[in-house]
Design a protein. Structure first.
Length: 217
């Protein structure tokens, strides 16, 4: 007699990202690594550090203020792409942009946006969205959905998993911040830990100071 076992159900994961953030890039690559070793289904969402910081620019160092200015166009283009072509394009477009921004150190300008759009087979005229506020309502709505889960005193990325009780609110955290990206068993072990803390209602925060620059190796 042969017995069959049902496959383990996938855990839905919502991942909010701003493509210019190097720490988010490292975490997003970890999330993709997790998807190779654990049953998860990742849904990608755009958030914006420019929106998060727009009312406190005077408090930021000059180089961060410059970055916040550069960060508008990429999230607007991503939002436009998702609105027109569906949210499933976000993963590949984010990968194309992040590879250029973080691994190849390409400038955050229109030419880089066009190259990423071309690589992913999307119309290059989507780059026009980066120069307008046409999709800002959708961008802010996506950002708001993520940030509402965790509060204003965090940044990118935001990760959310289902609550433990049926019908309960999702459990969301800023991070995890990783450097470098864990791979293989290490990635899976960290994911198991994330699920463990997410299942603990009294857990809120665990943190230590970063001591090195982003390691993309």
């Amino acid at each position: 007699m042969h017995t069959s076992t049902s496959p383990e159900p996938s855990t839905p994961v919502d991942f909010w990202f701003d493509p210019v953030c190097p720490w988010t890039w490292l975490t997003s690559r970890w999330m993709l690594e997790v998807a190779r070793t654990r049953p998860v289904k990742v849904s990608w969402h755009v958030m914006s550090l420019s929106v998060l910081n727009e009312n406190r620019l005077d408090e930021l160092p000059e180089h961060i203020r410059i970055l916040m200015g550069e960060a508008w166009a990429p999230v607007r283009v991503l939002t436009a792409a998702a609105a027109i072509h569906g949210p499933e394009v976000l993963e590949t477009l984010y990968t194309a942009l992040g590879t250029r921004y973080h691994l190849q150190q390409q400038p955050k300008d229109r030419a880089t946006l066009v190259a990423a759009l071309r690589e992913t087979g999307l119309p290059v005229d989507l780059a026009d969205a980066g120069d307008t506020d046409r999709y800002d309502e959708e961008l802010r709505a996506s950002h708001h959905r993520g940030i509402t889960l965790v509060g204003q005193d965090v940044g990118s990325p935001i990760l959310a998993v289902p609550g433990q009780e049926a019908g309960s609110d999702p459990v969301a955290f800023f991070g995890p911040v990783v450097n470098p990206t864990p791979k293989g068993d290490d990635a899976a072990r960290l994911w198991d830990g994330v699920l463990a803390v997410a299942s603990t209602p009294s857990f809120y925060e665990l943190k230590r100071t970063r001591t090195s620059a982003p390691d993309f190796g």
